[in-house]
Each structure stands twice: as C-alpha cells, then as structure tokens.
Design a protein around this ligand. Structure first.
Ligand SMILES: *Cc1c(COP(=O)(O)O)cnc(C)c1O
Length: 341
C-alpha cells in the first residue's frame, strides 16, 4: 500500500460518500434544474453569507471565471508571486481574460495592504495597464498552507474600496484556514466580491468548486461558465459529494493539521533536514541539508511506499489528508526518524 502525501487531491470518495452520491436527486444543471447542485450552492452561499454560489468542475475554472467577471482585456490584477492563479492555471489569466498580473514579493504567499497599495497603477496614467482586481489565496499553496491574518485581509479590502478594485479570494483551502484559526466564514463573505471554495482538496470530494459572490459580481457568471465549457448536466451526483463533505469532513481537518505539525516536529529533529517552514495547516514544506541528495531521498522514501512532492528549488512538500490514517502516520514518522542518507 502506497502512502501518498503529494497532495490532498489524491483522496478517494469514502464508501459513505459514494453511497450518498448514488442516492442524489438530479436534473439538468445547465437549466438550473439539478436540485442537489442548487442545494450545494445555497448551503455554501449561506455559510459564507454571500448572495449566490455557482458550481464549477474545478478550482482553476472557478478562479478563471472570477477573473473574467472582474476585469476587461488589457487590465491588470495584483497577486502574490506564488499565487495559484499566476503559476498553476496554465496561463489562463492572459488566455481567458487578456489581463496581466502585477506580482508581489509577499511572505509565504501572502501580501500586505501596503504592498497592494504600492502596486496599483495610477488610473489616469494611460500608459500602464488599468489595475482592476486584487486576488489573494487562503490558505496559500506554495506558501506552505499559511493562513492570512484576517485583519490584513480587511486592510487590503479598504485599499480595494478606496481605489475601486474588485477583491477575489482563491479559497481552495479556505476550510483549512477556518478550522485552524476558528474563524467565522461570514466575515470572509462580508469583504470579498467573490470566493472560490474547493471541495476536492481536504474535503475529499472527487471534483468540484463553488464560486461564491455578490449578485453584482455574479451577474454574468452563468455565461462565463458556459464559455469556459463548465456547464454540466446531471451533476448532482458529484455535488452530493460536496454536501456530504460539508456535513462530515470539515471538523476532521484539525486531525490533518495535527499530523502535519507532528511531521514538521520530527523533521526538525533530523540531521539531514536543513529547514522546515512554519506549519499552520495541512502542508509541510522543508529543505534537505546541502549534502543530502534530494532525488535519492525521494527514491528511498518510495522504496518504503511513501510519496511526497518536489516543488523545485530544493523545496519538498508533504500534504496530509483524509486518506492518511493514524497507522500510516505512525509508520511515516518512524521512517523519517530512522532515515540515514
Ligand atoms: C488546487 C488549487 C486550486 C484549484 O486547482 P484545480 O487543479 O483546478 O482543482 C486553486 N487554487 C489553489 C491555491 C489550489 O491549491
């Protein structure tokens, strides 16, 4: 049996989730006639106190739709240099919306309000692209699962209001942040124009992201989703997995966070590890000592049935999730403790 710690996307639906999915009531969602999809969208928009939700097949498509809704071709959005929307969505920002990104050199994938304000192009200076959107990520992926301080997100919101910018949150792992910091989702719903919430990461659904937003922001969302090819039919079977996850897989994220913390602690005690980044949620990022060969380390782990991720530039990533059990955890900690390069 393989212990796969490359990502929290590798989970498979539990038997209970599959059973719940198979009993879903469905309809044609392009006509908005799938009761289960409608229920999922409403559950999430109520949870965050936002006007509307719209179900998308993937997180990338939901983020890309949000960017399209908030911008016109030629404009510019502001995001951290590690942002998923910039690094991992296939260049969709320029492909789909014809906009560019002003990249911020933030801290663990997070920007602060001053950096955002300084990155705004003066709107009357017609030589530079018009800044129209700020996109933050919470928790950060490449930033190692770090969570924004909510007060900083509020300060950025103020800057957006002053300068007439829209405000989007890539909340692929927002549930991890809410659990880790014991925060209220409605406070997020109050400050953002749109939020994407992924169901196929830590929540363990096989696919799906819901884009939440204000009525104003979402006015054209159905059309944009259609253009991107995301209009689906009897997709309530999949939405049901999201509903099941909201009911059963949120509180347990605390276990993933605890195990990630324990992994980070064991790594910190090893001679072969140079550095472990602060671990707040379910992602552990660490670096090996210079004399330890990364490729060999990964191969040696694989020989012991363990897979982790190479993020490039010496960055290694471990992500805990629903299918990583206590038994696997104890075995993995032992392997890390016994390892000799
Ligand atoms: C996974 C992820 C997404 C969505 O990616 P998909 O592969 O389209 O599901 C978006 N943002 C962040 C930060 C992510 O980690």
């Amino acid at each position: 049996m393989i212990i796969d710690l490359r990502s929290d996307t590798v989970t498979k639906p539990t038997p209970e989730m599959l059973d719940f999915m198979s009993r879903a009531e469905v309809g044609d969602d392009v006509y908005k006639e799938d009761p289960t999809v409608n229920e999922l969208e409403e559950r999430l928009s109520n949870l965050f106190g936002m006007d509307q939700g719209l179900f998308f097949p993937s997180g990338s498509m939901a983020n890309q739709a949000a960017i399209k809704l908030h911008t016109q071709p030629g404009e510019q959005l502001i995001c951290d240099k590690w942002a998923h929307v910039y690094n991992y969505e296939g260049g969709g920002v320029s492909f789909n919306s014809g906009v560019s990104c002003k990249l911020i050199d933030g801290h663990m994938g997070m920007m602060n309000a001053q950096q955002v304000e300084e990155a705004i192009n003066p709107p009357d200076f017609y030589h530079s692209p018009l800044t129209s959107l700020v996109a933050v990520e919470n928790t950060t992926n490449k930033g190692g699962g770090a969570c924004y301080d909510f007060a900083e997100l509020e300060r950025i919101k103020k800057i957006c209001d002053i300068h007439g910018l829209k405000y989007h949150m890539d909340g692929a792992r927002i549930m991890n942040a809410l659990v880790a910091k014991n925060e209220d989702p409605t406070s997020y719903g109050r400050i953002f124009d749109t939020i994407s919430v992924c169901l196929s990461k830590g929540l363990g659904a096989p696919m799906g992201t819901v884009l939440l937003g204000t009525n104003e922001a979402m006015a054209n969302a159905m059309r944009v989703r259609k253009v991107l090819g995301g209009g689906m039919r009897q997709v309530g079977y999949v939405a049901a997995a999201g509903i099941y996850a909201l009911d059963n897989h949120i509180e347990r994220l605390a276990e993933d966070h605890q195990r990630a913390l324990e992994i980070a602690l064991v790594l910190k005690g090893q001679d072969y590890v140079k550095e472990v980044e602060p671990t707040e949620t379910n992602i552990v990022i660490f670096y090996l000592e210079n004399h330890v060969q990364q490729e060999k380390f990964m191969e040696d782990l694989l020989k012991q049935n363990i897979k982790i991720s190479d993020m490039g530039q010496g960055k290694l990533r471990i992500v805990t999730h629903l299918d990583y059990t206590q038994q696997m955890h104890e075995y993995f900690l032992e392997v890390l403790g016994d390892y000799e390069p």
